[in-house]
Design a protein around this ligand. Structure first.
Ligand SMILES: NC(=O)c1ccc[n+]([C@@H]2O[C@H](COP(=O)([O-])OP(=O)(O)OC[C@H]3O[C@@H](n4cnc5c(N)ncnc54)[C@H](OP(=O)(O)O)[C@@H]3O)[C@@H](O)[C@H]2O)c1
Length: 252
């Protein structure tokens, strides 16, 4: 049952949504977990759920868009955990929609900072440790929005496409050291990030119209994929994308 027994994991964006479920499921599977985000109160609540499983929890409050903060928090998390085996770059998202013409460039930059640059900062902080010990699994959260055009959300689609490419590059750079790097691509998942769709007049039915399974994915279903990528069950998998989207990306 315990697929991550004895592992030490860092999960960014672990205060809510997908990251929260990943952190708690990792602990249930036997890992000590450092949880990182900006909301200390929510992180403390996740930490207490981790501790209820009998595993160690480390709380690090940091803004992933601030290079100094995120680098310092990751280094402190590794020190407090006593090492690191699994890293999940989950913090990310998108706060607006706009056509390219008329988009404030600061909005474009903010989206790249939150999704892409934060991931680069974490990779640069954990890389030397993972390469030095010659083992590890890194999971970067992208999105099916990064697989094809994302009209009105080009900033987000481009950011997630960059993460897919970044993941492949780093996977090749790190494969010699048995450090695996893969991308997890959720479709529409029921979290705060997608609440605006369920609050829309159609109740979100427009978003679900192209999802063959005709329902929202749950954060726990993404956490199950993260456990697979983090564990030895995926020991020969690197530089790949695991898509969990209810069939959305299979649609013609
Ligand atoms: N939900 C979906 O349908 C969906 C689909 C595809 C991909 N994804 C991706 O999956 C990941 C998680 O999404 P979600 O739906 O769980 O989002 P969410 O519910 O909005 O949660 C986002 C998490 O990231 C943290 N975060 C946001 N900005 C941060 C910052 N500047 N510094 C540190 N932490 C920050 C938040 O914590 P604080 O606010 O406490 O900092 C929170 O823990 C994201 O990368 C998202 O793009 C989601």
């Amino acid at each position: 049952m315990n697929q991550l027994e004895g592992k030490k994991a860092i999960v960014t964006g672990a205060s809510r949504g997908i990251g929260r479920d990943i952190a708690i499921e990792f602990a249930r599977q036997g890992a000590d977990v450092a949880v990182l985000a900006r909301s200390q109160d929510l992180l403390e609540e996740v930490a207490s759920q981790i501790q209820e499983t009998g595993r160690k929890a480390v709380v690090q409050v940091a803004d992933v868009t601030d290079e100094q903060q995120i680098t310092g928090a990751v280094e402190q998390a590794i020190a407090d955990l006593g090492g690191v085996d699994v890293v999940v770059n989950n913090a990310g998202g998108n706060s607006f929609s706009s056509p390219v013409v008329g988009m404030r460039f600061s909005g474009w930059q903010k989206t790249q900072r939150l999704n892409v640059e934060s991931t680069v900062h974490v990779l640069q902080a954990v890389g030397p440790v993972l390469l030095g010990q010659k083992s590890g699994s890194v999971i970067n959260l992208a999105s099916v929005a990064g697989l094809r055009g994302a009209p009105m959300m080009s900033h987000y689609g481009a950011a997630k496409a960059a993460i897919i490419s970044l993941t492949r590059s780093v996977a090749v750079e790190w494969a010699w050291a048995n450090v695996r790097v893969n991308t997890l691509l959720p479709g529409w998942i029921e979290t705060d990030l997608t609440q605006f769709l369920r609050d829309a007049p159609d109740g979100g039915s427009g978003a679900l119209a192209r999802v063959p399974m005709q329902r929202w994915g749950q954060p726990g279903e993404i956490a199950a994929g993260a456990v697979f990528l983090a564990s030895d069950a995926s020991s020969f998998m690197t530089g790949q994308e695991l898509i969990l989207d209810g069939g959305l990306s299979a649609m013609p």
